[in-house]
Design a protein around this ligand. Structure first.
Ligand code: TRP
Length: 455
């Protein structure tokens, strides 16, 4: 643990440092890689519509719920459940979160490895000149199918993450996130402006922004909800853990508001870049394009090659994407590590190295599943991991936290915690309604339905 920390567990330097760190956790590949992918796979604008509703009415309230529980107990997820209801079955959801965080890291690390590989490619000039979608696609397929390279990049990502987390919360995480997210947002807006001015951009824009309500179904709602949890980093206790390092003076409501807002903004602009660029390519339209896992890696090089100073902006973009990914991987590793440090008295060093090693080995099949090894590719190992851990586990975890706060800890106690640092909580009725009824009911219905989807 860093020498700067006052208490044993460490704490954030200020409220703004916490908001940056929590946004660092939220903003990542979920916004730029996963969001456009989900939009493409789930009917375009109708997905965006459901997603925004899911963020406002379910994601934001659940984030506030995690903040509240985390700050009140000052514990990792397992410890948090136990602090309020000792040794009950609720702690299982804490364990599920710690394990879920590690499992998400295992395949998320693979995608972060792609970002690293692409950073290297842009630096060495792979995307110079005007490239076509077909070239960019071929480049991605070749890249992802190289087994040793994939494992190497995964290893580097997990190693960096392990190193940062082993240094402790303050010195490790805070410093990374302070300034870079606004720069990322600026760059994305710049690329978005270029994308919408491409000839033929309107097909992409209407695919992205004009909802076709006849495409609305439970699958779309399921993935919109899953994406909301994934993008905000909810359901496995990241935000419980991060808020556990927070002081009583801080305003939880505005913090949750800022994090949700900035996260949504980045995802939204990522979509503005992807779809106009994709569908402005001659011969490509929403009807005949089959979306694959590499979507953003195929499309971003195109738009970057179409702006003046593309080399510079390309290098900057992939560098920032990599950092955004790392501030997220750090938050995933922090959950199981905080558990071993708090509950098992392991040293931070030992906990990070053991859990980091576990994530690396678990990530190998995912690393080999986009063309690297036949069997894993056929199973779609990475997508299956993402379906189970990136959607179902998050939804179950979010459900647990809502039920726990509403019916075990009781809403009035949670409200007392929120009141510390925020005397006037204007959104109180919305929050209480969502945590007690809306979020649980929607999640339960969706989970019942999903048995059909996977079965
Ligand atoms: N929210 C991050 C992103 O959008 C990923 C992430 C960080 C996450 N912590 C998480 C996802 C916990 C699920 C659960 O890239």
């Amino acid at each position: 643990m860093s020498g700067l920390d006052q208490s044993q567990r460490g704490s954030w330097g200020s409220k703004i440092a916490f908001v940056f760190a929590a946004s660092g956790s939220a903003i990542g590949l979920g916004n730029i890689w996963r969001f456009p992918l989900m939009v493409g796979l789930n009917g375009g604008a109708i997905f965006v519509f459901c997603y925004i509703l899911a963020i406002i009415f379910i994601g934001f309230p659940v984030m506030l719920a995690e903040f509240t529980l985390g700050r009140h107990t000052a514990k990792n997820p397992v410890g948090a459940y136990n602090a309020i209801k000792p040794h009950s079955f609720w702690q299982l959801f804490g364990y599920m979160g710690a394990l879920g965080g590690a499992c998400i890291l295992s395949y998320y690390g693979v995608i972060a490895g792609w970002a690293l590989g692409y950073f290297y490619k842009t630096v060495t000039g792979a995307f110079r000149g005007d490239i076509t979608l077909a070239q960019s696609d071929a480049l991605f397929q070749n890249f992802a199918a190289n087994p040793l390279e994939m494992i190497f990049y995964l290893f580097v990502i997990v190693a960096i993450t392990t190193y940062v987390v082993s240094k402790g919360v303050r010195a490790g995480i805070e410093r990374w996130t302070k300034m870079l997210m606004p720069v990322l947002l600026g760059l994305i807006i710049l690329l978005a402006i270029r994308a919408v001015t491409l000839p033929g951009a309107s097909t992409g824009l209407s695919f992205y922004l004009k909802p076709d309500f006849s495409k609305l179904n439970t699958t779309v709602i399921f993935f919109a909800l899953g994406q909301a949890f994934f993008s905000l980093g909810l359901g496995v206790g990241t935000m419980i853990t991060y808020a556990s390092y927070l002081s009583k003076k801080d305003n939880l409501v505005t913090s949750a508001g800022w994090v949700s807002f900035s996260d949504t903004l980045i995802a939204f602009f990522a979509g503005i870049i992807i779809f106009p660029t994709l569908f402005a390519t001659p011969g490509v339209s929403p009807e005949n394009f089959s979306i694959d896992t590499g979507l953003m890696f195929q499309v971003f090089p195109l738009i970057i090659s179409k702006i003046p100073g593309g080399y510079f902006f390309g290098v900057l973009f992939f560098f920032l994407l990599l950092l955004a990914a790392l501030t997220s991987t750090v938050s995933m590793l922090e959950i199981p590590v905080a558990y071993f440090v708090d509950e098992r008295n392991w040293s931070r060093q030992k906990a990070t190295f053991i859990v980091g090693g576990f994530c690396f080995f678990l990530g190998i099949p995912s690393a080999l599943s986009v063309g690297g090894v036949e069997t894993f590719t056929r199973w779609g190992f990475l997508s299956k991991m993402d379906l189970v851990f990136g959607n179902i586990v998050l939804a179950v975890g979010a459900l647990a936290i809502c039920l726990f706060i509403s019916y075990v800890w009781k809403v009035k106690n949670a409200l007392k915690e929120i009141a510390s640092g925020n005397a006037r909580f204007r959104l109180k009725p919305l929050w209480v309604f969502s945590v007690k009824y809306l979020a649980p009911v929607v999640i339960i219905i969706i989970l019942i339905f999903i048995r059909k989807l996977t079965g």
